[in-house]
Design a protein around this ligand. Structure first.
Ligand code: FO1
Length: 316
């Protein structure tokens, strides 16, 4: 596999939106998206990989635009039937989405790696860019709360992010091997640029950075590492990032996210709404780009991707 020009680290919805913009802004073979797998879990006997699937469905044009996860052309007969039988229905698997979980679980059972399955599914769905898991080994995010630890999807979906967060653990990360797509991309001359997508820093990006050697490879990489803020005007575009920051005793600001990434990133992208933080972020030792980061339309995604590419060229 050739070294990608752009390595994008992604979590769920926000990451997938920028990944789609990047796909439109460069030749697809130049792009490698490495997805968080800390959200993965086994449910109803199936292996579910939400962040890989959100990126895969988004890049193939199959994503559900309303929910942000799962497929757009969905029906729910399977879930309704599970519920009618008294089964667990708090985590909803649509009928078409179900096929991916069944097929992935079968292939894993046959001994195929998650990397190989993810690449094959992307190809089958017509995606020309590369998508890879952060690791083929199991890493499971645990959310610490005052009432004890919660498995990630129990916190996120079953409890609707209501419990107060006191910290995170990434079970298995210390003995996991980073995926070969990720380490190959960062080895040798490395990629032209690394983009940390506007995903939740604690639950989407930290699992990737915690894998043995990954943070060091990013710090040592000659490529500019650029993070796009998932916080705009004190709010997360989607998800619990702002809530988590305040529960962890941090301000719900883009600056707090930049501080979190201090030492890893060379560049930080702020939304225009947060332009007053520009000097403070620069004082952390990284360059700053202020632009529109809110991605409502495809045009917004492509514009932000182009801005990030131009910013990285300035930093190279
Ligand atoms: N998120 C929900 O809020 N409710 C669900 O029932 C749900 C089901 C689901 C099924 C497959 C899948 O790939 C993702 C799903 N998600 C659901 C999203 C997912 O749990 C989270 O958004 C991510 O883990 C956070 O990035």
């Amino acid at each position: 596999m050739s070294t990608p020009r752009c390595l994008a680290l992604s979590g769920g919805v926000g990451g997938a939106k920028l990944a789609l913009g990047l796909l439109h802004a460069m030749p697809p073979e130049d792009l490698l998206i490495v997805a968080n797998t800390g959200d993965d879990f086994d449910h109803l006997g199936l292996r579910i990989c939400p962040d890989i699937d959100t990126v895969t469905y988004t890049l193939s044009g199959l994503a559900n635009p309303t929910l942000g996860w799962g497929r757009g052309d969905e029906t729910w007969s399977f879930m309704e039937t599970v519920e009618s039988l008294g089964g667990e229905h708090w985590f909803r698997l649509g009928d078409r989405d179900l096929a991916l979980h069944v097929e992935r679980t079968r292939r894993l059972g046959d001994g195929q790696s998650l990397s190989a399955i993810t690449a094959e599914v992307a190809k089958r769905l017509g995606i020309a860019a590369r998508i890879a898991p952060m690791s083929d080994d199991p890493v499971r995010t645990i959310v610490e709360t005052p009432d004890g630890p919660l498995a990630f999807q129990h916190y996120f979906v079953r409890e609707q992010c209501r419990p107060t967060v006191t910290g995170f653990r990434f079970e298995g990360a210390e003995i996991a091997t980073p995926g070969s797509a990720l380490t190959n991309a960062l080895a040798g001359e490395g990629p032209g640029m690394v983009v940390i997508c506007p995903s939740n820093p604690f639950i989407s990006i930290d699992p990737i950075l915690t894998l043995p050697g990954v943070r060091d490879m990013l710090v040592r990489s000659a490529a500019p590492v650029i993070a796009v803020s998932p916080i705009v005007g004190g709010q997360a575009i989607k998800g619990p990032t702002a809530k988590m920051l305040s529960e962890l005793g941090l301000p719900s600001t883009a600056l707090a996210v930049a501080e979190h990434y201090q030492g890893v990133v060379d560049g930080f992208v702020l939304d225009r709404a947060d332009s007053d933080a520009e000097d403070a972020v620069r004082e952390l030792g990284c360059e700053v780009l202020v632009t529109n980061t809110v991605m409502k339309s495809l045009q917004d995604r492509v514009s932000l991707a182009r801005d990030v590419i131009a910013f990285s060229a300035r930093l190279s």
